[in-house]
Design a protein. Structure first.
Length: 399
């Protein structure tokens, strides 16, 4: 929707200026007049060109906004004033524009949750539904604090998994770069020297020389194949059937699969606990939790649990039938249902599995370090030894 910059006077005579989203200039003027603002200037905002589409709104921005908003609401400030203050002080222009639009929607009579729902790329279903529950129950500040706490823990969990992937990714990237440099620059020099001396090269040396010749001659084809594989993977992730198979395969991987399951249990427990404790109905909570799982196999399992509950069954039995959740989780959920403290029990499960993820990440890192060192030594060391074999052979002949 187009953005218009405006200047005008309020009912008390003070002059203000700002930005507003509207279909046309006339529509923008009409909205301003409804807000008891007499506009003196309304013009379309010039579009800012950015190679990367502007500054991205990070989860950290949303967490900080949620914390500050909760504090202001708890202090007794009106909703619109809170949004205006936060929009004014924010240094991210994209987020600032969205907050300004939300403020204008609320001023026009929309609920806060409905105003947030118009920006699904920033505020997901979980955020919107919890805010709606907070507005209905009159405990918006409490809900926002829970949301901020949930998002902080979810980000910490994501950072742990990313941390586990960073080290091996860097080592593998360095290994490929070093091997590429050897194949492109170093081995051709050795190859020319071997040709001058004549004779038959040892099999390992000949293999490396042939590999270098192929790499230099068909580098464009190799890069094309790698790019095609990456695009094929991205495309497969966007197709429901192939994505389901990839997600299923990921859960069955020897070491990473265990880690992914623990992350899934922690995320499921934390999300469901936050929503139930905030007053969201169990059926809605399970629907939203399934969509935020990030894995289609787990999403299907949660949906089957939701379907069983809609038929009058307790949660523990269908949760066990999915085969995705450990027996300890199933038993704790059964106890939580029996005692009427399911949200507290789910929070304890989430805390436990957060620690389990820490342990799994440490174990994974410890196991990968020696394996990566062996890989580097075998690949790079093998190339170097293969190139020196003819030199050793010539030295033996001279001796």
């Amino acid at each position: 929707m187009p953005v218009f910059q405006w200047e005008g006077k309020l009912a008390d005579g003070s002059t203000r200026k700002g930005e507003i989203e509207a279909e046309t200039k006339a529509a923008a003027t009409m909205v301003l007049r409804r807000q008891r603002i007499t506009p003196s200037k309304v013009k379309a905002k010039a579009k800012e060109f950015s190679l990367f589409g502007g500054r991205r709104i990070k989860n950290k921005d949303i967490v900080v906004f949620t914390r500050q908003f909760a504090t202001m609401i708890n202090a007794g400030l009106p909703l619109v004033q809170c949004l205006e203050i936060l929009a004014t002080q924010h240094d991210n222009p994209n987020f600032k524009r969205i907050l300004t639009t939300i403020k204008q929607d609320v001023e026009s009579g929309s609920t806060f949750a409905d105003a947030l729902k118009k920006h699904p790329d920033v505020f997901d279903n979980l955020f919107v539904n919890l805010v709606a529950a907070g507005e209905i129950g009159g405990v918006l500040d409490t809900i926002l604090n829970r949301l901020a706490q949930y998002m902080e823990k979810a980000e910490a969990l994501k950072a742990k998994v990313k941390g586990a992937m960073t080290y091996p990714s860097i080592v593998l990237a360095v290994a490929f770069i070093v091997v590429g440099i050897l194949l492109w620059f170093v081995i051709p020099t050795f190859s020319e020297m071997f040709i001058e001396f004549g004779g038959t090269l040892p099999a390992p040396t000949q293999f490396v020389v042939n590999l270098s010749n192929i790499f230099i001659k068909f580098w464009w084809l190799i890069i094309g194949i790698i790019a095609a594989m990456i695009f094929a993977f991205i495309y497969a992730r966007k197709q429901p059937k192939s994505r389901y198979q990839l997600d299923k395969l990921a859960l069955k991987l020897p070491v990473f699969g265990v880690l992914l399951k623990k992350v899934a249990v922690a995320k499921f427990s934390r999300t469901l606990s936050t929503m139930i404790s905030s007053g969201v109905p169990i059926m809605d909570a399970l629907e939203i939790t399934s969509k935020t799982s990030g894995n289609m196999v787990i999403e299907e399992g949660i949906r089957s649990v939701r379907s069983a509950i809609s038929e009058g069954k307790p949660m523990a039995d269908p949760l066990d039938d999915t085969g995705l959740f450990p027996s300890m989780v199933v038993q704790m959920v059964a106890v939580g249902e029996a005692t009427g403290a399911l949200d507290n029990m789910l929070a304890k499960i989430a805390d436990f599995y957060d620690e389990e993820v820490d342990t799994a990440v440490e174990a994974l890192t410890s196991a990968l370090e020696p394996l990566l060192m062996v890989f580097l030594g075998t690949v790079i060391g093998g190339v170097v030894v293969a190139m020196y074999l003819p030199i050793f052979k010539m030295a033996g002949t001279v001796g």
